[in-house]
Design a protein around this ligand. Structure first.
Ligand code: AKB
Length: 317
């Protein structure tokens, strides 16, 4: 009986930590990691790994059948900042990979799908503070458009083909193990690396722009919580708002300065500022809290401590 888990995009920022956690929970041999290229050696060697192009339906189908996969986490995506440079590629990757996985579930070759959406589904006409679950959504980035459309397709496949697809709208995810790539919220990770390596950072996001963020452990917890909830608890089949914390570059800079007194920050907003300006500053996640008991654990202080302590020891080795 098929009962393995496949992660597509396993070498990325969230995929790599998700793979590690799922392997710890389910056993290394039960979690197949895949990506377009090999990433961290530990991840590749700790369990089954396959090179897989997320836009290739036949390759994903073969991987699912060969490995007896029953659930798929589709983590491959082109993020907001890179998506603006390669709109057609972003559309191709983000949409076709989703269709492929949803179609495998429609054909009953897999039984459960996780697909991440993002706060990028919101736009300049969305209420900015405590953005509700249901609200105006007019995203202005290609990435945001793919996520918004993807949400509608998830709901459609659930409604019409009984596909068990589950999704959350990730905010900016902050982690120390793997670097993010091509996002607007990446500044909140770069700042820690630069603070430790150079004692200074030039932020591409303005000092007063608050954005919703979350520590990686909370993001993994949200992902696993929604996937392990009983299907009857999942009332929203597009995607759930989930909130962790919200902060401005100047907030995080002053917390870092408390720990690294020589740290200096300067601001030089670039094209990513325009993207950030269209996104919420905080998120209302009442539905996730009510439906499947979501709660976050890390506040800004705890996150700053974790980032500095862990990065300090990795940079020393
Ligand atoms: C990005 O900045 O593009 C991502 C996201 C918020 O989805 N981190």
């Amino acid at each position: 009986m098929a009962n393995k888990t496949l992660i597509i995009g396993a070498c990325g920022q969230i995929g790599s930590e998700l793979t590690e956690k799922l392997r710890a929970l389910k056993g290394n041999s039960n979690v197949v990691a895949s990506d377009i290229r090999e990433g961290d050696a530990k991840l590749v060697e700790s369990g089954p790994f396959q090179i897989l192009n997320a836009t290739d339906y036949d390759a994903i189908k073969a991987c699912v059948l060969d490995n007896e996969v029953s659930e798929v986490y589709l983590m491959a995506a082109m993020l907001s900042a890179t998506g603006e440079k390669h709109p057609a590629k972003a559309w191709d990757l983000n949409m076709n990979s989703l269709f492929h996985v949803l179609n495998l579930a429609k054909e009953k070759l897999i039984s459960k799908v996780f697909w991440p959406s993002s706060i990028a589904v919101f736009g300049p006409t969305t209420p900015k503070v405590n953005t509700p679950q249901y609200t105006v959504m007019e995203p202005t980035t290609v990435y945001g458009i793919t996520k918004q459309v993807g949400e509608r397709w998830c709901a459609y496949y659930h409604e019409n083909y009984d596909v068990d697809v589950r999704s959350i709208r990730y905010p900016g995810i902050i982690s120390w193990k793997t670097l993010p790539g091509g996002g607007t919220t990446d500044y909140a990770i770069e700042i820690f690396h630069k603070a430790l390596e150079e004692r200074r950072y030039e932020s591409f996001i303005d000092e007063n722009t608050a954005l919703p963020m979350m520590y990686m452990d909370d993001a993994i917890k949200a992902t696993l919580d929604i996937m392990s909830a009983d299907a009857s608890q999942i009332k929203i089949r597009s995607s759930y708002n989930v909130a962790g914390i919200s902060f401005k570059p100047k907030d995080i800079a002053s917390l870092i300065k408390r720990r690294i007194s020589e740290f200096e920050i300067s601001y030089k907003p670039d094209y990513r500022q325009q993207i950030a300006d269209t996104w919420p500053s905080s998120i209302d996640d009442t539905c996730a809290r009510k439906d499947w008991n979501w709660s976050h654990q890390y506040d800004l202080e705890a996150l700053t401590d974790e980032m500095i302590t862990n990065l300090e020891s990795t940079l020393q080795h």
